[in-house]
Design a protein around this ligand. Structure first.
Ligand code: PLP
Length: 448
């Protein structure tokens, strides 16, 4: 008998832990993305430990890990230098002081020197928090109240932005002027009134919204690559047009680089595409697996924090663990040649995967940029959320995911999530993954 994810003997430990957890923890997990209803059906794997590019589950199964904690493990699991720096900080300093420490300015200087648009920077704990601060700053700076955000993106779970991530199409309104659809109940309707939801990769829709309501728009908030509806790249000229249109109307352009920051390059997506946003938010790539986020950008906007008008509070902000982790991670990421290596490895990965899908005659293709990618099971190109909602096959993705998991390759079961590659993945890991992909693809229903 072939052992699969669903074979009870193989993941019996995870199943047992899940049953216990469900008695004590709602849905048995501590984040929506890990829940059964987010694809981890019949139950999530329980992690035991990770080492480099590999994760071991509670039953001792070993996986090549492209889930990577949904992004933070950019240096692999337990990266030795980051781990040592954190241990050293705890032993030498302690963890939390409600006072500044010398190392905070060291991190700030590193971020500022690596990311040209960042003139000053504040640290906090999560991307969700940093986005809240960015919007508060943009509203105060401009004296306006509305924020443009794009259908299909995710900017954290705060009431102000947790709208229209993946709305049902029958609730989402017209394609060029989508309605604001709350993620779920309990969110104040007034928060939705502050948002203008637009299709991404659509210059005309953005131009029209700015022409219509520009005097009321404080910020345009965007991921520079749409990484929360699979992986969708910006069409040529789109990011440039967005920069021009916002600058012309004094609208603050906020890049949510929670996924792309320190991943597409040491200067993030903005470095990769050569755009200078007004404010930027970083998180997952910054801390080598430890919780830390940053909000940085123009000095004249951040002056509103400096003069006390806009408050950015936080008991745990810039705690010694976060600062030590970010300092050590940034030193590793700033080593010359780091990203050339991972781009080369990922190029080989994309090409190999594309060939596997093609040889198996699957209606599927790979989209990615450097160490973030996704396989689309679709016959059409996907350029925004509506395309994805209409054309991407979740059923095929699910079969693909199970086939890969059964062969020791781990990524999120959601077609709208991503695969992440770390600096710890080796050529052997990629080869092993491609071999697994060949077998998994052969089991999927091919097209005509
Ligand atoms: C683009 C983007 N922004 C913001 C967030 C929220 O970050 P956090 O989970 O650290 O609050 C995420 C999380 O996945 C994200 O992908």
């Amino acid at each position: 008998m072939t052992m699969t994810y669903r074979t009870p003997a193989r993941t019996a430990g995870s199943e047992r832990l899940y049953r216990t957890a469900c008695e004590l923890i709602p849905a048995g997990v501590n984040s929506t993305a890990r829940a059964r209803f987010s694809g981890w059906d019949p139950y999530p794997l329980f992690a035991d430990h990770g080492t480099g590019a590999h994760l071991f589950d509670a039953d001792g199964n070993r996986y090549i890990d492209y889930l990577l904690g949904l992004g933070p493990m950019i240096l692999g699991h337990r990266p030795p230098k980051v781990t040592a720096a954190v241990v050293e900080a705890i032993q030498r300093q302690g963890t939390c002081f409600a006072l500044p420490t010398a190392a905070e300015a060291v991190v700030a200087r590193k971020i500022i020197s690596l990311v040209p648009s960042v003139e000053q920077v504040r640290l906090c704990n999560t991307g969700t928090e940093a986005i809240i601060y960015a919007l508060r700053l943009a509203r105060t700076f401009t004296g306006r109240r509305k924020v443009v955000r794009f259908e299909g993106m995710y900017h954290g779970f705060s009431d102000g932005v947790y709208w229209s991530k993946h709305p049902h199409l029958d609730q989402a309104g017209p394609e060029d002027r989508p309605l604001a659809v709350p993620q779920g109940p309990g969110m104040p309707a007034s928060a939705g009134d502050q948002l203008i939801i637009l299709p991404w990769n659509d210059v005309a829709a953005l131009r029209a919204a700015i022409a219509r309501e520009g005097d009321d728009i404080a910020a345009v908030l965007t991921e520079p690559v749409m990484c929360n509806t699979g992986c969708i790249l910006p069409e040529p000229g789109y990011l440039e047009a967005m920069r021009e249109l916002t600058a012309a109307r004094g609208i603050v352009l906020i890049y949510d680089e929670v996924i792309t920051g320190f991943r597409l390059g040491v200067a993030g997506a903005q470095g990769h595409y050569g755009i200078r946003p007004d404010l930027s938010v970083f998180a997952k790539g910054l801390g080598g697996g430890f919780p830390v986020a940053a909000l940085g950008g123009r000095r004249d906007i951040l002056a509103l924090v400096a003069d006390g008008s806009v408050s950015m509070a936080g008991t745990y902000s810039a705690n010694a663990i976060a600062v030590a982790a970010a300092n050590a991670a940034l030193d590793e990421l700033a080593v010359p040649g780091m990203y050339e290596g991972i781009y080369a490895r990922c190029g080989r990965f994309y090409d190999g995967l594309q060939k596997v899908l093609h040889d198996a005659r699957l209606p599927a293709y790979v989209v990615g940029v450097g160490p973030v990618l996704q396989v689309w099971f679709a016959k059409q190109p996907i350029r925004n959320y509506r395309d994805a909602a209409r054309h991407a096959s979740h059923e095929m993705f699910r079969l693909w995911w199970e086939g890969m998991l059964d062969r020791g390759v781990l990524f999120h079961p959601g077609a709208f999530e991503n695969l992440f590659v770390s600096f710890a993945h080796t050529d052997d890991d990629i080869d092993e993954t491609l071999e697994a992909a060949r077998h998994a693809a052969a089991q999927l229903p091919a097209h005509g």
